[in-house]
Design a protein around this ligand. Sequence first.
Ligand code: NAD
Length: 426
Amino acid sequence: MAEPKVTAAELCEVTSHFEEVRNRIDSICQKMHVDEGITAKLKHCKRELIVNFPVKMDNGAVNIFTGYRVEHNTDRGPGKGGIRYHPDVNLDETKALAAWMTLKCAVVNVPFGGAKGAVACNPKTLSRSELERLTRRYASEISIIIGPESDIPAPDVGTNPQIMAWIMDTYSMNKGYSVLGVVTGKPLEIGGSRGRFEATGRGCAICAQLAARHLGISLDKATVAVQGFGNVGGTTAAALAEYGSRIIAVSDSSGGVYQAKGLDIKSLLRHKKETGSVRDFKDGDNITNAELLGMKCDILVPAALEGTLCTPNAASIKAKMIVEGANGPTTAEADKILHEKGIFVVPDILANAGGVVVSYFEWVQGTQCFFWREEEVNERLREIMDNAFHEVLEVSQHEKVTMRDAAYMKAIERVARAIQIRGIFP
Ligand code: NAD
């Protein structure tokens, strides 16, 4: 019998993700003596757009879908952030994700602010033409705020390069000319960047490598468990396997798979493509998501949804370090438990920033109509991740705070400075 699907909500209950981000911003701003007005600005989103729009389904019925586009802050540059298609999305989650984008762009020092979008839908149950009609209508609805100089979407959970292509085409048709820079994460044929698809996972793997060096763990002997086997989880697992680590367990929303000798990631990716899940892989044993999280391993990579590491399961985590591939996978309470247990956490706004770094490269390449080799993209990505990791580590050591607080401090310092220099209009 198929096991029931696990959802983040079954594991953890977080009343408001945005409230958690606001509380952390507040406490870091207080610690850094940031001006009250600037703190208040950082605790609010600049724009919150909700759209309810009709889509004609294949059977002729018209269904109404709800979508969001939120810009948290644009003081350092255009809003930047993915678009999520998932049945459970809501305004609160989108606001939290937009705020994390502001902080993430600032940690890696790319000239963008933070934004995020979402549509409440299950893309797995929509036909390709329904998905296209939904995407084009949503893109039209949010085109009053998106644009290459104002707010630039990208893929996130449930969306992909094809969906970005439809958004770019819709926006361009309404303008009357092709606008490459309106989205990133596009297919190569229409101005995508080499290395963008793998960038978030590569960035996570680079962070794992730097953290392992710092902790004296040798990555080529390390064992790894990865929660979530989509873009981020799959590419992080593949990159860490290339570095010689043993990926002993991975999971997706239908459960997980374990192999003490290490899973063959390439054939597991094929198995997931063919069957839609990692379960029942011929060279592994089925496990639950809870078993994966509590597994003895060196590195745990949560790369599914937010709030999956929380009070009920944080105490059972045995990993030496956590590299947060997902946005907001650890609740504030769980974060304290992990700290008390001495687990080194590379926070989301640093660990998964590789995606937005190469999105920035894609935007730069599109603006200049001059495209780089993949080696060039990867070299520049490594340089930025390396710098950001060491800047955050230095703050963490100097201020005697966790890597998460250090990353927030670095980010808030940059955003607050931009707000201060620009001044408050009018
Ligand atoms: P995706 O849709 O490609 O993959 C998500 C994976 O998580 C799927 O394998 C799904 O089955 C699994 N999953 C969902 N709920 C789960 C649960 N409760 N337990 C275990 N697995 C579960 O999405 P993605 O792009 O890989 O994004 C994953 C996370 O990374 C999200 O938090 C996203 O915001 C973040 N992120 C993505 C990017 C990017 O470039 N795609 C960049 C930065 C951060």
